[in-house]
Design a protein. Sequence first.
Length: 146
Amino acid sequence: MLGANWPILLQLFLSEIQDGEFQKSPTPRELVTIYRERLVNGSRNQYCDGMFDRLKDTFTEGEGRLAREILKGICRTPDGLSREDFDALHSKLMPELSRHASGIEELDHVLDTLKHDGYLLQETTGKRLTRFGSNILRDFWLRKTS
């Protein structure tokens, strides 16, 4: 369920499990409930809140709008998005800018920053699709943007 097993996310999940009142080890169904109701939607998960709010501190207004649309699109697809998908999204969002070198640089900057900061991972083989690096962050983003 977690996706990338980053220590902070594993610790959050383990803390939520430990706080549960179980007579024995939680069942797979109970783990899914803990994940959905307490980890993705719970108040303890300051990591995802911080990553959600961080975009406005990281990007200019236009870049932030592009970053939010990229993340919103990626969280709604099971496989990820291709470079062509990002180009189309950028073109739709900023038609004039997307045709110029500065627009292409802007898209590259936003994608590179989202990857560097841990939001996204790009496959290195096959279609080279880009997806969320963390399922928790993806599910959190999906909930916040629905």
